[in-house]
Ligand binder design. Structure first.
Ligand code: ADP
Length: 215
C-alpha cells in the first residue's frame, strides 16, 4: 500500500460518515496527516533522484574546493537534534586542512542521509562518528554506527531505490527507501564510490571515496 492509497481510503471513510464521530475524525485525520508527510518525503527524494539522473552534470553540479571539516560540521548541526532525541553521541573527526572537490550542498546531503540512517537504526545511548581522511586514492568520508548491522544477503541490493531490509521498521521510522539510492547517485556524479562494511550485531561503516583533488 502506498501513502496515496491510505489517504484516499481514509478520506472516503470520513466522507461516508466517520466524520460524524469526533474520535474517528481526530484519529483518521492524524493518519492522513502522517501519510501526507510520508508522501511529501517520497516526492522530495524522487525529485532529487530524477534531477541527478536527467540534467547535464554541469547544470546540477556546483563543484569547488571545499573544506571537509566544515562540511562535516554542517552535517553535525543538521543531525544533532535527532541524535539528542535518541541519546546518541554524534561526533566528527577530520584534519582541518583536508579539502575535497565537491558540490557542497549535494555532498552534505549524502553524508546527512548516512548519519540519519545511522541514528534511525541504532539503539539509544550509542555513538555515531563521521570521519574524514586523505588516502593515496582520494578522500574518504566514513559514517560509523554501533547499530544492528546489515546481513550480508542484503548488501548487493542495499543501494537500490526502495530496497529495505525491514519494510515495517523503515516505514515506522519515516524512511522512504530512497536515502541510499540518493547517496549512491550523489557520489557517482562526483566520480566517487560508496560501499559499506558491516556485520550483524556489530554496527555498520558506510564509506564514501572521492577521487583525489586536482589543481
Ligand atoms: P530508508 O528510508 O528505509 O532508511 P535507505 O535507502 O536510506 O532507506 O536505506 C535502505 C535500508 O538499509 C534501510 O531500510 C535499512 O534497513 C538499511 N540501513 C541503512 N542504513 C543502515 C544502518 N546504518 N544500520 C542498519 N541498517 C541500515
Amino acid at each position: 500500500k502506498t501513502p496515496v492509497t491510505t489517504i484516499v481510503g481514509f478520506v472516503e471513510t470520513l466522507l461516508d460518515g466517520a466524520k460524524e464521530s469526533p474520535e474517528e475524525l481526530d484519529q483518521f485525520l492524524e493518519i492522513i496527516s502522517r501519510q501526507a508527510d510520508r508522501l511529501a518525503a517520497i516526492i522530495d527524494d524522487l525529485l532529487t533522484l530524477s534531477r541527478l539522473e536527467s540534467a547535464p552534470l554541469d547544470e546540477i553540479l556546483d563543484l569547488s574546493e571545499q573544506n571537509l571539516e566544515e562540511i562535516l560540521e554542517s552535517c553535525f548541526q543538521i543531525c544533532q537534534a535527532r541524535a539528542d532525541e535518541k541519546h546518541i553521541l554524534l561526533k566528527f573527526v577530520c584534519p582541518a586542512s583536508l579539502h575535497v572537490y565537491a558540490d557542497r550542498s549535494l555532498l552534505t546531503q549524502a553524508v546527512v542521509n548516512l548519519v540519519d540512517n545511522a541514528i534511525k537504526y541504532s539503539p539509544e545511548n550509542t555513538t555515531v562518528v563521521m570521519r574524514g581522511h586523505g588516502t593515496s586514492n582520494g578522500v574518504q568520508i566514513t559514517v560509523t554506527d554501533n547499530g544492528p548491522g546489515i546481513d550480508e544477503r542484503h548488501l548487493a541490493r542495499l543501494f537500490e531505490r526502495f530496497y529495505r531490509v525491514d519494510k515495517a521498521r523503515s516505514r515506522k521510522l519515516g524512511g522512504t527507501g530512497l536515502g541510499l539510492a540518493i547517496v549512491k547517485h550523489i557520489v557517482s556524479v562526483h566520480r566517487g564510490q560508496v560501499k559499506v562494511e558491516t556485520s550483524t550485531g556489530k554496527g555498520s561503516t558506510f564509506i564514501i571515496l572521492l577521487p583525489p583533488f586536482r589543481e
